[in-house]
Design a protein around this ligand. Structure first.
Ligand SMILES: [Fe+2]
Length: 397
């Protein structure tokens, strides 16, 4: 017997120039009052931004807008929700345009605003601005999200986290006592994910590289996950094939709409697969590392891919996976266009050469044991002892 659970997926549109059609898309969805959430430097510097915001006003759509700089904190999300409650309580859709941070903010704001409006309706005497999203975060809060949310339309402008396809938003507080945790509910999957390759073109090389390494990691970790299914295997293999065909060319400096669309689809598939099959040890390391310092998530993934997969390939006797994890790594490698898992690992180490290592983000040797202790295995296919985690971390210091 086999039971396969696939979470709901957004309506997916892949079309160059689709962002310019936003007023039309809103009209088709029957929306009247959008909230726009963007990243700090992605879409606002483009001609499309002026054209679309002007067209929205001309078409009679009043909108609120927020800019997100860096990864979303509870305060960023709470401030936006407070403003929506105060200035535009009738908002009926969130449109998030940007990288993973902007989309995660949009996802959390869409859910938080709906929950806050419902809470206010239930208890009208409550003071405005008292809603706190961190109470709904896994491992941090004391409440479960109800699943209420405004519809979310996600326009990714980078090919990385795949949050446009997944049910969680990662919220962080960086520093001592910090965390990097998810707001999660099956109903938080965006209503629409729209890949407009025009918005991806011109993305700086280092962002393309870091984001792409996150997507590759997510596809590979979902593919070898102990919770993988034939459905996630098929989608992850397709994503790995798309990434293998486009990522090396993009980081060599090619920048065509076709390559951008191909890599964006790989990232989207990584979000679908991680929501259904989970992730592995690289993402287990990424939580404590990302909570301690402001280090790009894709850089963490890119640094850890090589040593983590190399380690897993050596561990044949203590597998947690019902499948032969070595043959799965071999299949993944061939899907990406490599001759073997070993050749894939070698390429992972080569890609990591362009990344700054942990010490350059002020991590120290003394912190390594604590990070290893706070690292979860997630759905990694092999067992990993704390000493082994320490050695992997030391290798990227
Ligand atoms: Fe990731």
């Amino acid at each position: 017997m086999m039971k396969v659970m696939m979470p709901a997926q957004p309506e997916l549109l892949i079309e160059a120039g689709s962002f310019r059609r936003l007023p039309e898309l809103l009209q088709a969805g029957g929306y009247r009052s959008p909230v726009l959430v963007t990243g700090g430097r992605s879409v606002r510097g483009r001609d499309e931004w002026g054209i679309v915001t002007e067209a929205l006003l001309e078409a009679g759509y009043p909108f609120l807008e927020f800019t997100v700089r860096g990864e979303p904190s509870p305060e960023t999300v709470n401030d936006a929700i407070g403003e929506i409650l105060r200035d535009a309580p009738g908002s009926d859709v969130v449109v998030a345009i940007g990288g993973g941070s902007a989309l995660d903010t949009g996802k959390a704001v869409a859910a938080g605003a709906a929950m806050a409006v419902a809470a206010k309706a239930a208890a009208p005497g409550n003071k405005e601005g008292t809603f706190d999203i961190s109470r709904y975060l896994e491992g941090v809060g004391d409440r479960e999200p109800s699943g209420e949310t405004l519809p979310l339309i996600a326009f990714p402008t980078t090919a990385g986290t795949g949050t446009e396809a997944s049910m969680n938003a990662v919220i962080s507080r960086i520093g001592p006592g910090g965390f990097k945790k998810s707001l999660r509910h099956p109903r938080f999957v965006p209503s629409m994910a729209i890949i407009d390759p025009d918005l991806h073109q011109g993305c700086p090389l280092e962002v393309t590289r870091a984001c792409g390494l996150d997507a590759v990691t997510q596809l590979l970790e979902a593919y070898v996950s102990i919770a993988a299914s034939p459905l996630t295997d098929a989608l992850a293999a397709l994503g790995l094939q798309k990434a293998g065909a486009s990522f090396p060319r993009l980081i060599a400096g090619e920048d065509t709409p076709e390559l951008r669309a191909e890599m964006a689809l790989a990232a989207y598939l990584s979000g679908v697969c991680l929501a259904a099959a989970g992730l592995g040890l690289v993402h287990g390391f990424a939580s404590p590392l990302g909570a301690m310092r402001d280090i790009p998530h894709g850089v963490v993934c890119g640094l850890l891919l090589g040593p983590t997969v190399e380690h897993a390939l050596r561990k044949d006797s203590v597998s947690r996976s019902p499948a032969d994890h070595r043959s799965k790594y071999g299949n993944a490698a061939r899907a990406m266009g490599f001759t073997s898992a070993a050749a894939m690992v070698e390429q992972f180490f080569d890609w990591a050469e362009a990344l700054r290592r942990l010490e350059e983000y002020r991590f120290t040797q003394a912190e390594i044991p604590l990070i290893a202790r706070n690292t979860g295995l997630k759905n990694h296919p092999v067992k990993v002892e704390e000493q082994e985690s320490i050695r992997i971390l030391e290798s990227i210091l």
